[in-house]
Design a protein around this ligand. Structure first.
Ligand code: PEP
Length: 248
């Protein structure tokens, strides 16, 4: 039985004060230990949030990670720096990074590898655009996104990784994939991994992301291959995020 995981992606929102308030609100409302839970916070707030979460079940993550270990890469934040601040997770290949900042399948694979080299669990985001879905390319796009990483690090690396299926057309748009649409792709991803390693396929957490909200999370999380969620907008409010967490 896989344990579920709910991850908040705060994106580029908030102030130090609002970020601290949000983290405290989440910790205060966690209640019983129903699933793993983490927040991926803006880089500059990581040290402050790290302090707040240190004796709680709330784990900390970054929203990106450098594709190099160290050196002359102005503006980048390395895996070892994030490790020093107790980051347990790092998002890699979020669609906003792929579409606005030029992340490619190859650079995403390098970020995945850098995270793992420091013992940080990469959350590999994959998913198709609306155009790709309409042209029946969903599975081909996901194959390419997964293959780039598998080719660089090998399938055993997925033993310590998370995959997030995030249809690009559902992120921040209010359009959620139906439970069945999401399950179809999650099942596809699990089978794709199973063809290479059944043990990893049975173990790996595959999260759904894309306008998940308190009122649709329960249905999504009830699907057999959906092991939790990557939550954007609804993670900025402690009450909504906790409702989603408690839907697991
Ligand atoms: C995300 O940013 O990963 C995401 C799923 O955003 P939202 O929940 O706002 O669609």
């Amino acid at each position: 039985m896989r344990r579920s995981l709910v991850v908040g992606n705060w994106k580029m929102n908030g102030t130090r004060a609002s970020a601290e308030l949000l983290a405290k609100g989440i910790i205060a409302g966690l209640g019983s230990d129903v699933a793993d839970i983490a927040v991926c916070v803006p880089y500059v707030y990581i040290p402050y949030i790290a302090d707040l979460v240190k004796d709680s079940p709330l784990a900390l993550g970054s929203q990106n990670i450098a594709d190099q270990a160290s050196g002359a890469y102005t503006g980048e934040i390395s895996a070892s720096m994030l490790k020093e601040l107790n980051c347990q997770y790092a998002l890699v290949g979020h669609s906003e990074r792929r579409s606005y900042y030029g992340d490619t399948n190859e650079s995403v694979a390098a970020r995945f590898s850098q995270a793992q080299a420091q013992g940080i669990i990469p959350i590999l985001c994959v998913g198709e655009t609306l155009e790709q879905r309409e042209q029946d390319q969903t599975f081909a796009v996901i194959d390419e996104q997964l293959d780039a990483v598998i080719n660089l690090v090998g399938i055993p690396a997925f033993y310590n990784a998370v995959i997030a299926y995030e249809p690009v057309w559902a992120i921040g748009t209010g359009k959620t994939a139906t439970d069945e649409q999401a399950q179809e792709v999650h099942c596809y991803i699990r089978k794709y991994i199973a063809a290479k390693d059944q043990v990893i396929a049975d173990k790996i957490q595959i999260l759904y992301g894309g306008s998940a909200k308190p009122d649709n999370a329960k249905g999504l999380f009830a699907m057999p291959d959906i092991d939790g969620g990557l939550i954007g907008g609804a993670s900025l409010d402690a009450e909504s995020f906790l409702k989603i967490y408690h839907s697991v």
